[in-house]
Design a protein around this ligand. Structure first.
Ligand SMILES: [Zn+2]
Length: 288
């Protein structure tokens, strides 16, 4: 199944539902970061979170989520735009050695930490919201942020199944949220329906589509299909941006890099490496 996200609206109930499958883009992130264990699982959950948040944006807007904690992962930054493009990286606490899978999803960040959400909504100022992590397992932390900071009753479920070979077998996410103007809505009905369903990863592994997952969650309700959007891992880094970063260092710094014969610009988000040899650095000096 290709990665995609489905967004529906149950107008009468005052609720929207989003479901996505993110297996391929997670595997692309795992491949680029040579991730394993907790890093792979963190990326699966983080990238699905970003995809869900990205689907709530308006045209040209962007969102970044930063999780910081003291569990198996020290930090994770995931980003999405309004066109289904996601990217992200996760840093384990232990820099070296094998990174084990979490026995419990709470071990990912442990409950001690922060979730920072930054939105570029094309205004002068960035919008920023910060909440303490309440569980460290990503999905309930994102729901807590949406409930507290955005004051929108929300449920988030993220799930994944990491194969023995280190590749993600399935990954995906689900967001149930009150529509604007329904801030007092109680989502217990949906909590119960989710409890009655098999875990999301089981549904996806059984070949259920995001549309079918939402049909289960909204069974017996009238709803409208608003959007089906493809999702993919894509980074916005480039040779030109790396050049800009080097130019900011200034003449003296570039001259000393020329003496060292090369400069390497490594992208955190996708591990693309931009190598500037002495000749390329000389060209930069001319541009200054
Ligand atoms: Zn990149």
């Amino acid at each position: 199944m290709e990665d995609y996200l489905v967004r529906i609206m149950a107008k009468e109930a005052g609720v929207r539902g989003l479901a996505c499958v993110t297996t391929e883009l997670t595997n692309e992130a795992i491949r680029r970061h040579e991730a394993q264990g907790a890093v792979s699982i963190g990326l699966a959950r983080g990238l699905a979170s970003a995809a869900l948040m990205g689907a709530l944006l308006k045209v040209q807007q962007r969102v970044a989520l930063k999780f910081e904690g003291g569990g198996l992962l020290k930090k994770m930054v995931v980003e999405s735009n309004s066109y289904g493009k996601v990217r992200g990286y996760a840093t384990p606490i232990a820099e070296h050695g094998a990174i084990s899978s979490p026995a419990n999803m709470m071990d990912l960040f442990s409950p001690n930490g922060l979730l920072t959400v930054v939105k570029d909504v094309r205004l002068k100022e960035l919008y920023q919201g910060i909440v303490p992590l309440i569980s460290g397992e990503v999905d309930s932390d994102l729901a807590h942020y949406l409930n507290q900071s955005e004051q929108t009753p929300s449920l988030v479920e993220l799930d994944q199944h990491l194969g023995e070979d280190g590749r993600m077998v399935v990954a995906g996410g689900l967001l149930i949220q009150a529509l604007p103007g329904n801030e007092a809505l109680n989502l217990d009905t949906y909590v119960n329906r989710l409890d009655d369903l098999p875990p999301l990863a089981t549904l996806l592994a059984d070949g259920k589509t995001p549309e079918e997952v939402l049909a289960f969650v909204f069974s017996g309700e009238e709803y409208e299909l608003l959007e089906v959007r493809p999702l993919y891992f894509e980074c916005s880094c480039s040779w030109a941006r790396s050049e800009q970063a080097l130019l900011l260092l200034g003449r003296a710094e570039i001259e000393s890099l020329i003496e060292e014969q090369e400069a390497v610009v490594d992208c955190h988000f996708c591990h693309q490496r931009y190598i500037f040899d002495a000749a390329a650095l000389e060209l930069l000096l001319e541009k200054l």
